[in-house]
Ligand binder design. Structure first.
Ligand SMILES: *Cc1c(COP(=O)(O)O)cnc(C)c1O
Length: 376
């Protein structure tokens, strides 16, 4: 854990200059990978800053300092995955507590709430959090938190963070925002009234499809104490190699997102004008576009005909990634629940990478034709 008191600089500068970007002992231009499990202590009565690497590691400390600065939080915590981050935050609560959750949330969040935390007595209600009235109606006396995704998945519905903050505050509940789909380059929920921000850092923060990681950023010293305790007690920490990779990826977050959002907006607009496409979901920001083809049965041959994007689970990388949520990200959601939410086999999610727009369009056109031919 590292707290940084002030952030005098603008965001793109902050990606590079936070006070945590250099090795404090040598001035090395990047913080080294401290590949150790323990630290030799000066003496019995004189403990060093670090003792055991689950509790703290200099590489992780540097990364956490950067993460706190980017989200303008009091402190940040790096975890072994986004789900480790989500799960560690949920351990703030106890049996008999209740949380209100975005209904088309990440499949893994749905799974851990309904199949793991439910066994420990944590209650969850899933509602459309883009509708503040629906959220208010779901509140119970024991509601301790709203857990919302700033952009939901796979339908990319925006949740109004200031509105959610008002609902949470009026009820004395925490507002927890999973901001994976926007990243701190596009939105910083702690400045809009949220108490805790969660990222799957596997996605935009890392950005290069080479590390699985999670982050939690908190607003207050009290929450920092609680999360720091849980991070050490539960132990789902991020290893030093992955901390290093993440800190490296973060340096280009702003330029990656600027370009990806521009391409995504253009691609979404282009898709709405294509006769092969029935419906496009794009919230006007971010770099993920979901769509349905005119016929559901064309989705499988279409995605398999695409040549540029990676096919599978994940998003937020320099390479475009095409996902069929029913088969990939939401495969863990029961079929009936998937159907209820409209997550059918015909729904396609496209995470826009750094390829040229024209090349993506040409790839789409070729795949439309091939899918048609395969279906004929
Ligand atoms: C991927 C993702 C997660 C889980 O993160 P992992 O790093 O895969 O464990 C959580 N929330 C959202 C919105 C995600 O996209």
């Amino acid at each position: 854990m590292t707290s940084s008191p002030t952030w005098p600089r603008r965001f793109a500068t902050r990606l590079l200059h936070t006070g945590h970007e250099q090795d404090p002992t040598t001035g090395a231009a990047a913080v080294p990978i401290y590949q150790v499990s323990m630290f030799d202590q000066p003496g019995l009565e004189t403990p060093g800053e670090f003792d055991y690497a689950r509790s703290g590691n200099p590489t992780r400390k540097a990364l956490e300092g950067v993460l706190a600065a980017l989200d303008e939080g009091h402190a940040a915590f790096a975890f072994g995955s986004g789900m480790a981050a989500v799960s560690s935050v949920l351990m703030l609560f106890s049996a008999g507590d209740h949380v209100v959750v975005t209904d088309d949330c990440y499949g893994g969040t749905y799974r851990v709430l309904t199949r793991v935390f439910s066994r420990f007595g944590l209650q969850a209600t899933f509602v459309d959090t883009s509708d503040p009235d629906a959220v208010r109606a779901a509140l119970r006396p024991n509601t301790r938190a709203l857990l919302v995704e700033s952009v939901s998945n796979p339908f990319l519905k925006r949740t109004d963070i200031p509105a959610m903050a008002r609902v949470a505050q009026a009820h004395g509940a925490l507002l927890i925002v999973d901001n994976t789909f926007l990243s701190p380059a596009l939105s910083r929920p702690l400045t809009e009234g949220a108490d805790i921000v969660i990222h799957s850092a596997t996605k935009y923060l890392g950005g290069h499809s080479d590390v699985v990681a999670g982050a939690v950023v908190v607003k207050t010293p009290a929450l920092a104490q609680e999360l720091g305790f849980l991070q050490n007690a539960v132990g789902a920490v991020l290893g030093p190699q992955d901390c290093f990779l993440l800190q490296r990826g973060i340096k280009t977050l702003q330029v990656r997102l600027e370009r990806q959002v521009r391409t995504a907006g253009a691609l979404a607009k282009w898709l709405t004008e294509r006769p092969e496409v029935r419906r496009v979901f794009y919230p006007g920001t971010g770099a993920v576009v979901s769509f349905r083809l005119a016929q559901d049965t064309l989705a499988a041959p279409f995605v398999e005909s695409l040549q540029l994007p990676l096919l599978g689970v994940s998003l937020g990388a320099v390479e475009s990634i095409v996902t069929v949520p029913a088969r990939h990200s939401h495969a863990s959601v029961p079929v009936a629940e998937r159907e209820r939410r409209g997550i059918t086999d015909g729904l396609i999610r496209f995470s826009v990478g750094l390829e040229d727009l024209e090349d993506l369009q040409e790839d789409f056109v070729r795949a439309f034709t091939q899918a048609d031919r395969a279906a004929a």
